[in-house]
Design a protein. Sequence first.
Length: 160
Amino acid sequence: MKTAIIYMTKHGTTEKIAELLKSKLEPGQTQIFNLKKSKLIELDNYETIIIGGSIHVGSIPKKLRHFIANNMTILLKKRIALFLVCMEKDEKRDEQFNNAFPPELRKVSMANGLMSGEFNFDRMNFLERTIVKKIAGKSSNVNEIDYDVIEDFIKKLVKN
């Protein structure tokens, strides 16, 4: 079954998760597309579409939001799975997921993944490091990617 993983990444964590998902899915049947680089994606060529993004300043990247809005009709006809990379916990994380993806897409999604994330200070600019230090109280790299959630996400995809 042909699968497209479509994502946006700012500091590389979402890309890392997209690559991991690809490695665990059917070999030769999965392609990944970084919306920063991919201009045209022929969604008709794929049965399953996995969409992922990260939260920065409370929302997913504008280009990812526009991609979803511009392709909603075709996305609703596909097998959909959604994942979010964020450092929030509990209700705040759920709220961010719900705000990131439109309700009609969440309703048909066969797998949802809240993958947690990481603070990669090596890839942040000065302002981003300052904000993370002030808000999250972190001053060095932190990796909280939830590999169990990723495995559950993959199991749901394969099962359905």
